[in-house]
Design a protein around this ligand. Structure first.
Ligand code: HEM
Length: 490
C-alpha cells in the first residue's frame, strides 16, 4: 500500500518539476518567439548579470544585438529600447500608454506615496502639486541654503589640505556634502555630517536606500508575487519608519505656525494641492497630508542624494585626469561671481563640463516605462504586452559612437559646439516623467564644482586607480574606491 502511494508521490513530484521546467522555459522564450534578438537567459535567473558591471552588460548587449533587444529579469521579459525615434514615441507621444516609471514590487506605507511609484491621475495630481516647488524663484531661495552647506564643505577642505600630501576621496566627501544639503533642505535637520560616523540618524539616512544583498537578489530574480508576499521593497523599512518619526513632529510644529523655514520641507507644507477639473478642494484637502509630505521628502532624499554626489565624484575624477580641461574651467570660474545664481547659470564651460560628465558617467544608467495596455512598437511587429517593462539603456546610448563620436573621450567641447541629437542625451530621463529635481541638482553641482576648482587643484596620484572598479549590480554607477590628489591654488 505504502509502496503504491510512494510511487504516486514520486510521479506527482516529477510532473510538477517538469511542468515548472517547461513553464519557465516557455516564459524565457517570449522574445525568441517574437523574433527579437537578445542575450541567452540563465534558467530561472534570466539576464541579471551579477558577474559583470551593469555598464559592461548594457554596452555589450547594445553593440551585439542592436538598439532594440529582449532580456529577462528572472522569468519576466524586459524590452530594451535605445532607438531615439522610438523613445520619442514611448516617452512622449504615447505617454498615456506608458504612464508608469520603474517596475514595482511591494510598496510599504511610505513608499506608496513616492512620486516614482504613482501613475495615472494620482501621479498627475502629485506631480503638478510638487512641480511649483522647483521653479526658478523657489530655487533661488534654496540656493542660500546650498551656499551654507558649500561653506561648510570648504571648511572641511581647508582642514583636509592643511596636512602634507592629503588624499581626497570624492565619493566620501560629496556623499557627506549631499547628505548635508538634503537633510537641511528636505528634513530641516542638521548634524555634523563630516565628523559623525556612527550616529543613529546618519545610519538611517544612508541605509534608507541600501536594502541588503539578499533582498536585491530576490527583487531582481524572483517573480513579483514573491516580493509582494514577503513584503520586500527597495528601501529599508526600519529606516523609512525612523525618518517618518523624525519628520512628523517638525511638520506638526511648522503647521502650527511656530516657525517657517526656507527649505523644501516648508515648500511641501505650503504646497497647494492641484485638483481635478471641476473639483473644489476644501480645508485640509487643499494641502498635502503629513504622510504625503514625508514620502516626498524621502523620495527627494533617495532620488537626489546618490545621483548628485555620483555626478560630482565623476566630475572630479575627469578633471583630475584631464588637467587642460580643469585649467580651462579654472580660468572661467575664477573670474566669475559664482555665488550669484544668475551668473552661475550662465557659465558655458562649467555647463559643458557638467553635461559631458552626465554623458560619459551618467549617474543613472537606465530608466524604465511600463505600458498599461498592449502596444505594437511603431515600425516593427514587436508586441509589448501590458505590464512588460521597457528599459531605456541611457549609458549605452551615451557611449554609442553614432550619437557621440569617440565616446570614451571626455570632451566638454561637444556641448559647446551644438546640442546632442534629440533623445540621445538622457541623464534626467525623458518626457513628462523626466527628473523633477533636475534644476536643483544642476545648481547644486555647479556651485560645488566651481567652488572646488576655484580654490583647489585636483590631480591623479599614485593611489588613483588606472582602471576604475565599479560597484556591480546597481542602477547607479559608482566607483568601489577612488582617491585623488588635491592641493590649494596659490
Ligand atoms: C545628478 C542628479 C540627478 C540625476 C542624474 C537624476 C536622474 C533622474 C532620472 C533618470 C529619473 C527618471 C526620469 C524618467 O523616468 O524619465 C529621475 C526621476 C526623478 N528624480 Fe532625479 N536625478 C537627479 C537628481 C534629483 C534630485 C536632486 C531630486 C530631488 C530633489 C530628484 C528627484 C526625482 C524624482 C522625484 C523623480 C521621479 C519623477 C516622476 O516619476 O515624476 N532627482 N531622476
Amino acid at each position: 500500500m505504502f509502496d503504491f502511494l510512494n510511487q504516486w508521490v514520486v510521479v506527482g513530484i516529477i510532473s510538477v518539476i517538469s511542468w515548472l521546467f517547461f513553464y519557465i522555459k516557455q516564459k524565457q522564450s517570449y522574445w525568441e518567439r517574437q523574433g527579437v534578438k537578445g542575450p541567452k537567459p540563465l534558467f530561472l535567473l534570466g539576464n541579471v548579470g551579477f558577474s559583470k558591471p551593469i555598464t559592461d552588460n548594457l554596452i555589450d548587449n547594445y553593440t551585439k544585438y542592436g538598439k532594440v533587444y529582449g532580456t529577462y529579469q528572472g522569468t519576466n521579459p524586459h524590452l530594451v529600447v535605445g532607438e531615439p525615434e522610438l523613445l520619442r514615441q514611448i516617452c512622449v507621444k504615447d505617454f498615456h500608454i506608458f504612464p508608469q516609471g520603474f517596475e514595482q514590487n511591494y510598496l510599504g506605507p511610505v513608499e506608496r506615496n513616492f512620486l516614482t511609484a504613482l501613475y495615472g491621475e494620482k501621479w498627475k495630481r502629485m506631480r503638478s502639486t510638487l512641480s511649483p516647488t522647483f521653479t526658478t524663484g523657489k530655487m533661488k531661495k534654496m540656493f542660500d541654503l546650498i551656499k551654507i552647506c558649500n561653506q561648510e564643505a570648504q571648511k572641511e577642505l581647508v582642514k583636509l589640505t592643511s596636512s602634507k600630501d592629503p588624499d581626497f576621496d570624492p565619493k566620501y566627501f560629496w556623499g557627506r556634502y549631499n547628505l548635508d544639503v538634503i537633510t537641511k533642505c528636505c528634513f530641516a535637520t542638521s548634524f555634523d555630517v563630516y565628523n559623525s560616523s556612527d550616529d543613529e540618524i546618519l545610519r538611517h539616512f544612508v541605509e534608507v536606500f541600501e536594502p541588503n544583498k539578499l533582498k536585491i537578489f530576490i527583487l531582481l530574480t524572483a517573480p513579483k508575487w514573491v516580493s509582494r508576499m514577503m513584503k520586500i521593497s527597495g528601501s529599508s523599512t526600519e529606516s523609512l519608519d525612523y525618518l517618518k518619526q523624525l519628520t512628523l513632529p517638525i511638520i506638526e510644529q511648522r503647521k502650527k505656525g511656530n516657525y517657517k523655514g526656507n527649505d523644501f520641507l516648508q515648500l511641501l507644507i505650503d504646497a497647494e494641492v492641484v485638483s481635478k477639473e471641476g473639483e473644489e478642494l476644501k480645508g485640509e484637502a487643499k494641502k498635502l497630508s503629513p504622510d504625503e509630505i514625508v514620502s516626498s521628502a524621502v523620495i527627494f532624499l533617495i532620488a537626489g542624494y546618490e545621483t548628485t554626489s555620483t555626478l560630482l565624484t565623476w566630475a572630479c575624477y575627469r578633471l583630475a585626469t584631464n588637467p587642460d580641461i580643469q585649467e580651462k574651467l579654472y580660468q572661467e570660474v575664477s573670474q566669475a561671481n559664482i555665488e550669484d545664481y544668475e551668473v552661475l547659470q550662465d557659465l558655458p564651460y562649467l555647463d559643458a563640463v557638467i553635461s559631458e560628465t552626465l554623458r560619459i558617467d551618467s549617474p543613472i544608467l537606465l530608466f524604465q516605462r511600463v505600458p498599461h495596455s498592449d502596444y505594437i512598437l511603431p515600425g516593427t511587429d514587436i508586441k509589448i504586452q501590458k505590464g512588460t517593462v521597457v528599459t531605456i539603456p541611457v549609458y549605452a546610448m551615451h557611449h554609442d559612437p553614432e550619437n557621440y563620436p569617440e565616446p570614451e573621450v571626455f570632451d566638454p567641447n561637444r556641448f559647446l559646439e551644438g546640442s546632442p541629437k534629440p533623445f540621445t542625451f538622457l541623464p534626467f530621463g525623458a518626457g513628462p516623467r523626466t527628473c523633477i529635481g533636475m534644476r536643483f541638482a544642476l545648481i547644486n553641482a555647479k556651485l560645488s564644482l566651481a567652488s572646488l576648482v576655484r580654490n583647489y587643484q585636483l590631480f591623479s596620484n599614485e593611489k588613483t586607480p588606472s582602471k576604475i572598479e565599479h560597484v556591480i549590480g546597481a542602477v547607479i554607477k559608482t566607483a568601489k574606491t577612488l582617491t585623488l590628489g588635491i592641493k590649494p591654488r596659490c
